[in-house]
Design a protein around this ligand. Sequence first.
Ligand SMILES: Cc1cc2nc3c(=O)[nH]c(=O)nc-3n(C[C@H](O)[C@H](O)[C@H](O)COP(=O)(O)OP(=O)(O)OC[C@H]3O[C@@H](n4cnc5c(N)ncnc54)[C@H](O)[C@@H]3O)c2cc1C
Length: 512
Amino acid sequence: MTFNHFIQSLDLSNSESLKVRVLLGSQVTDSLEQIAISSTGQNVALASSIAKIVFRENFGWIGPESENYNAKCEQNWSATCHLQPSCIILPADKHEVAKALQIITTLKVPFAVRSGGHNPNRGWANAGENAILIDMNRICDVVLSQDKKTVEIGPGNRWQKVYETLHGSGVSVIGGRTGDVGIGGLVLGGGFPSFSSEYGLVCDNVRSFEVVLSDSSIVNASLTENPDLFWALKGGGSNFGIVTKFTFRTVPIDKIWFAARIYEPSFNEQILKAIEEWHKAAENEPEGSIVHHIGHKRTLLGWIYSSPVEFPPLFKMFYGIPYESWFVESTIGTVLDFSRSTSKVLGPPQKLRRDAFGLSTRSSAAFYTLAYNRWRQVSGQLYEETGCDMGMVVQPLTTSAMKIGRENGGNALNAAVESQQWMSYLAQWKNEDDDECVRKAVFELGDYLRETATKMGILLPFIFMNNATATQDPITGYGSEHIARMKEVSKKYDAQQVFQTLQGDGFLLRKV
Ligand SMILES: Cc1cc2nc3c(=O)[nH]c(=O)nc-3n(C[C@H](O)[C@H](O)[C@H](O)COP(=O)(O)OP(=O)(O)OC[C@H]3O[C@@H](n4cnc5c(N)ncnc54)[C@H](O)[C@@H]3O)c2cc1C
């Protein structure tokens, strides 16, 4: 990279160029005016200083000396991800993302990308002192097209804002179920929505991605433009580029029905049996989904139906189970109202340490009961020892939900086209001293579930990236053919393998 090319790509004034020249000093070789960076990772401070000139403090640049640095470092949902990067770049648009990548790749600096920051894995969506964090929060437009067929969503949004924008328009999108959760990571990991039997996974509803590649070029990926990249981004995670816009198809959902009840633990086995029964019924009636969460003291079960029909017969197996109270009373409302109500599930944001574990199986009440009984033992003891609240969640998906992805051009996930559930455990605790103890319990539980499901012949290779802990390996579950295809796409669109070598961590192809 020549110095002039570098300066041009950053669009700097003469005085700013001069400052950058001084900063680079002997790194610019005299004869060829080449920027000569020998080893990776040694120029973080330099890159951070150049970024400060390009993005300006308190606009698009935040460093340790900035007023809101600590708040920004602690924006991630899990306290295990509260790290202190050398600086945080907040690009305002795709061109600024391209500039950020230009600085990072030229100076060979480790980096991370954050959208909502909801991923609980340390170093996935935040970075430590020897790296730069690119925070997408300022790229947050939500624009419904005039014909209402598509909606453009910036990755820095929360789903709440998307649903607020669409509220009253008569259409909606297939997105995250909790209003507070982020966009970028959720979509790139596949995305588990409501209404999957009618409209597929979240990623299957994307019509095009706008992506900044590692060479700072900006491309679109859709069925007709760069279709291989389009396919790979649907579930392939952060391996290929930085997504600066998701264009979704809209769906004709306006008024819906939803309700949720709280149950005492003594009814958990009955609920798990009813979930299996419901799952069978849902194969023939695609309009409904459930939300399920067994917590330490209470269980939450919610029903959501895509038409304004109160207590539809689809959920009849649940209605007679004795409940303690309503969490959300029977409501005819919109997707916005629903997302607001689910935001209450995990309560107000707290600085807790968090980890999740994911595993997928065929539907089986017998397995759920074994899993629950083991969970009860492990989580009970863990609670006694550490105060950690570990939740267990069964997330059923129908054959139709899996088929829609294939019909919409396919995706990288390679989840079987059959009825299945993506079980997840979510641990939340306060003290760093308990990290090891909690993780040990989570892994032991995971091993038990894997072994039990294997013995029962119901384990599926697919692991849902959005619910996986750092030491799980979801991409291997996508199968060798899909991995080979993803690696080809990665080499084609990231020739220097920047996203594999400089990106700090993630479910990256370099590990597979
Ligand atoms: C309260 C809560 C509710 C949830 N609800 C759901 C749900 O309904 N459905 C579901 O599927 N999951 C859900 N999840 C899980 C969630 O999808 C994952 O944690 C996801 O990783 C978070 O997305 P994010 O945008 O906040 O990503 P981040 O945490 O910001 O990032 C996650 C990963 O994606 C990468 N990334 C982020 N943005 C971009 C981008 N623009 N370009 C390239 N790479 C990027 C990051 O580098 C990182 O590796 C929920 C999580 C929480 C905490």
